[in-house]
Design a protein around this ligand. Structure first.
Ligand code: ADP
Length: 269
């Protein structure tokens, strides 16, 4: 920005000079680029099932009009595509809701043991379908953190569902809870979800929480994935001042750990 400014001279009076100011636009431009990327990705992801739907509608109105068998099959595929779109929109809305409230820290004390149990119970049909046993190792007494119940449900649902979807079919998934110290010496409550599937190659690990990032897009789509789950997990954990730890040994499985700060005991007078 160039602004004319009057500058006092040595002999009294003023002289007109030009003042040039430089503003670093890089962070702003980066945010704008990320937003544009996000809109492009989201549109592409929504367009794919929409294109399939309109293709099948055309076929049903034309060549397959009188073919009852084909109609049945196509309607099944259309239903799956519509479900996929609904899931994508749900995930996008959850993500934007969590982002909008990112600065408000949850302050209600909640017991996470029944929350994890509720999620595991809800995923029992998927576990049966995948022939995977969910092995839950949780303590009897309450384990309390400062949290948002609905967000915690979504967080654990994403981690356990991923372990069931991407872990080895016919195997098991272990969900356990422990206390540990962070590297900074902060006491943490850790929820660990471990599977014994193909695992994840190290080069993918740093990118897993990016929106729409998938190791194998075809595999994720086949499992009804949107590529938004781990991004949502990361945002929920950030809002809880927590962190996500991912460890994996290819061919041996993956462990996703959600670590939450242990709430401070109430001050005694
Ligand atoms: P998606 O909706 O595709 O499941 P996520 O954000 O939840 O999206 O996960 C991103 C990608 O990380 C998945 O597409 C999958 O490739 C990989 N992934 C997630 N969890 C596991 C796991 N337990 N084992 C192997 N790969 C996983």
């Amino acid at each position: 920005i160039i602004t004319p400014v009057p500058v006092p001279t040595l002999f009294g009076g003023t002289e007109k000079c030009m003042l040039m100011t430089f503003h670093d636009q890089t962070p702003l431009r980066r945010v704008e680029e990320m937003r544009a990327d996000f809109v492009a990705n989201a549109s592409h992801e929504l367009r794919t099932p929409l294109a399939a739907l309109s293709g099948f509608i055309d076929t049903l109105q034309g060549p397959a009009k009188d073919d009852a068998k084909a109609r049945e099959r196509f309607l099944g595929i259309m239903h799956a595509q519509a479900t996929r779109m609904a899931r994508l929109i749900d995930d996008l809305l959850s993500l934007s809701r969590v982002e909008l409230s990112a600065h408000v820290r949850p302050d209600t004390l909640v017991d996470i043991v029944p929350i994890i149990r509720q999620v595991a119970d809800g995923l029992e049909p998927l576990a049966r379908e995948r022939q995977v046993a969910i092995d839950i190792d949780l303590p009897e007494p309450p384990v309390v953190i400062a949290g948002d119940r609905e967000e915690l449900l979504r967080l654990f649902e994403n981690l356990i569902e991923n372990a069931l979807k991407y872990g080895a079919s016919g195997g098991k998934v272990i969900v356990s809870l422990s206390s540990a110290m962070s590297n900074e010496g902060q006491p943490e409550v850790r929820v660990m979800v471990r599977d014994f599937g193909p695992g994840i190659a190290p080069e993918h690990l740093p990118r897993l929480t990016e929106r729409f990032y998938r190791v194998d897009v075809g595999d994720s789509r086949a499992q009804g994935g949107t590529g938004l789950g781990l991004s949502l997990v990361k945002h929920i954990l950030n809002r809880h001042r927590g962190r996500l730890l991912i460890e994996s040994v290819p061919k041996q499985g993956a462990t996703f750990t959600a670590a939450f700060p242990q709430p401070k005991p109430p001050e005694t007078a």
